[in-house]
Design a binder for this molecule. Sequence first.
Ligand code: CUK
Ligand code: CUA
Length: 622
Amino acid sequence: MKKWVPIASGLLAGFIAATISFADFSSKTDTQTASAGNKSDAEKVYVPFGKKDDYYLFASGGHSGQMFIYGVPSMRKIRTIPVFSQDSATGYGFDEHSKKLMGGYTWGDLHHPAFSEKNGDYDGKWMFATDVGNSRAAVVDLKTFTTKDIIKVPNTAGPHCAAFVTENTEYMFLPTRFAVPLGQKYESLDDYSSKYRGVMSAVTFDEKKVKLNIAYQVALPPWSYDLSDAGKKGSKDWAVMTTYNTEEATTTMEVNASQADRDYIVLFNWKELEKMVKEGKYEDVGGQKMIFPEKQKGGIYLVPVAKSPHGVDVTPDGNYFIASGKLAPAMTVFSFEKAFKAVENKEFAGERNGIPILKYESVMEREVNPENALGPLHTQFDDKGMAYTTMFISSEIVKWDPNTGKTLDRVPVQYSPGHSVAAEGDTVAPDGKWIIALNKIAKDTYLSVGPSHPESMQLIDLSGEKMKVVQSAPVDPEPHYAQMIKADKIKTIEVYQKDSKNKDAVYNQKDTKIVRKGNEVHVYGIAMRSRFIFDAKSKRPDVIEVNEGDHVFIHLTNIDFDEDITHGFAINDYDLNMEVQPGQTNTLEFTADKAGTFPLYCTNFCSALHQEMNGYFLVKPK
Ligand code: CUK
Ligand code: CUA
């Protein structure tokens, strides 16, 4: 393995800054301005009124904790889906169901969305996501674009993951970005190497119950695990993930975690891990089935790779996995077939923490080093299997052939792309039409909004001879990864169906009621154009009166079974707010700890008489 031109770690930040300011304000800006003013490019992305976009783009919202939905090619933002953070626009995190889902946390850091798959193709049913901020995983229902389940992942800190769903959604794997002691107990950092672990979790999804579960975990060495991808076709039982900090540094990471010349890709066979769990080859750690690779041998291997890799991506044909260097200016193509042979022939170059290390030369197919390309992070693919790698430092996307390593094309982007996403990019058959660069430091792209500028997503047309940036859209912080799916694969519902089993739901005015049990008050109300009815028999059906200190449940059903007639419900000065979509029932639970008179009203514009859709919440003092 060749020695990489070292980018002195301490100088890295300065180097990045210098490269950006030097390279990007010169020739690149001209190219971009030129292409932005081109009329035929404008026509490519213009979607006339009445017509709809061809693709949905699901962009991770990073530390906003949300997911942002755009239409492609217009790049119009059409929705925010709240996942890990509260959202007052939809009442997410306020109503009982979503409050429970959020598990007491108020924010999240959503990095990697991944669609559910069938035979290696997006099936358009579910979207999964991980939270690096508070160690959770979530599933979003694509019939309603709402979050349906969230689980807390124990023994792990910052499940990062990638588009990491196996070919038939058997598992979503969550490698951890930070190593912590099991159970996240206190342990001195002097004992890091012996007491800390980088736990990977195998999460399953029960589609019928709409529930996420942790099937098992693996107590890997105390390194940082970063990006990962599942195998495809011939490699479908396998998966790969990158590591850094195999130095086991515990401080000044930006220097100390970049000392060694190489880190590893963890290559594992999840079918084999599954078998080990079935055979009871695990230990119980706080209720989780934990595999300890130093005791339960097999199924996991290390592949040496140039230091501090970031992304690792599997080609659509499932033949190769490609690691991107981050600190080394190269992509390394590894062959699954070679890896399987090396495993079979036990071509090991020692082991670490009981895990066999495969010989680099036995698995490596080729090293690819496009001229002057710096900071490769992530790779996507087109319909011909060609690779597109984002270069964070040289601010471009490089197209190259994984079979030959030849550079085919490159296009500058503005400025620092993290991921990119190709149409149907993680499937066994990408579409090849579009790729979108998800740029982190967009600088002067849009009207100034102060010192911190909007991030940008640039749409690149792949249909011509050369890649061409044809559109750009601002995006809130911050898209790490995204998924792009054909629009006709997603089948949304228009209204929620009546649910006769839901004890909180009321569909007739005459069934509305306010029930008191001790100091518990249950309101069974309805919302309709253009009034609330909490108790049809009352003198004032749109008024709720309770005593100070009462525990109040407001169950509200929207009986407008009509597309897009959504009502909101807010109580002035009580910091409460929820949404009921057509046909939906939702509940607010709270203690009326403030005596007084509080108007209640519909927050969501629903008819010409929306402004009249209000009432009072009266709290009688003790
Ligand atoms: S990470 Cu952000 S650029 Cu979380 Cu996928 Cu690579
Ligand atoms: Cu209901 Cu506005």
